[in-house]
Design a protein around this ligand. Sequence first.
Ligand code: BGC
Length: 417
Amino acid sequence: MLRKLLIGTALASGLAFAAHAADVKEVQMLHWWTSGGEAAALNVLKGDLAKEGYAWKDVPVAGGGGDAAMTALKAMVAAGNYPTASQMLGYTVLDYAAAGVMGDLTETAKKEGWDKSVPAALQKFSVYEGKWVAAPVNVHSVNWLWINKAVMDKIGGTEPKTFDDFVALLDKAKAAGVIPLALGGQNWQEATMFDSVVLSTGGPEFYKKAFNDLDDASLKSDTMKKSFDNLAKLVTYVDPNFSGRDWNLATAMVIKGDALVQVMGDWAKGEFHAANKTPGTDFLCYRFPGTDGSVIYNSDMFGMFNVPDDRKAAQIALATATLSKSFQSAFNVVKGSVPARTDVPDTDFDACGKKGIADLKAANEGGTLFGSLAQGYGAPPAVANAYKDVVSKFVHGQIKTSDEAVTELVKAIDDAK
Ligand code: BGC
């Protein structure tokens, strides 16, 4: 669908901009980094580019997970109005590349040695038919718990190692009158949490088969049913006002001590960082119980469009800055993510960041690094959207039982494929 929509505009804009002009010293960037922590991280990039004389034209589209941003991007591209770059996740990059609207950064990549420093799991999405079409900014990981330390101490809790431990911990918070689980009732947040529940319930092989290979038997299995049972259990610990809540507001509940824990990708740590909170003292980061040793990842990529010639120098400057080692450290320290290069020292990262870097390395080497289905790295967008929809209907009671949820999931994914 995307291909049909875009192909005409690709040709049109190519012709329209054949003429040469003086380089435009401006970077136009579409993104959904609008929370406090995200904005602070983006400022690192704006600052680096300003030093090189590039103006920043911001195109922010609020909405965690990026669905609204991707709708806005589609409209811009369909109108032949390509940004210099757009924040994108996984399979979306490949979709736009297949539609023929992306630029080619291969020369820059060669010069900078990206093929040696960027992990293969990311190159799968930033290189299309041999050409670099996107610059990976970071690696996020979704299977984390973010816990308020003072609340944890107050209830006498310890790190939950299994799903049952987790339930026992949530019960303690409930008994103490604290909201046990901070959740934002938006489909992408619910599905992001469910990624972890499935990994915990079924183990690494199961997660991969179900959510990366879309293996029918796994999707239909009793283990998937059990995963929905576990999700239903978690939802009983959420406060009644959770519907529609933004993810960063859920994080704020934990930061303030109104809630014990949030299950969220490590962009949540960006919020703790922006609030000057320290891991070990103010908050705790643990892997989602039963998922230690595995990493469910996503990576923000700057998809690079086939912009007019007079905007290519700015695009190259953006891509080069993005993958520089110093930026990879400075940005990811603030963002909560870890570097998209394997050769960046962990010196400046806090304890959670150091663990994130070590976990990523171990998972990458041990074959337990898996793409997040909720975050665009498990399957193409149509499948991911179908998944988010079913999980959300289950969380909000429109799908009533785990049996029904499994049937709907299989059907929705089948239709979307
Ligand atoms: C992105 C993060 C972002 C989060 C919430 C995720 O899809 O990868 O960079 O912070 O959404 O907006």
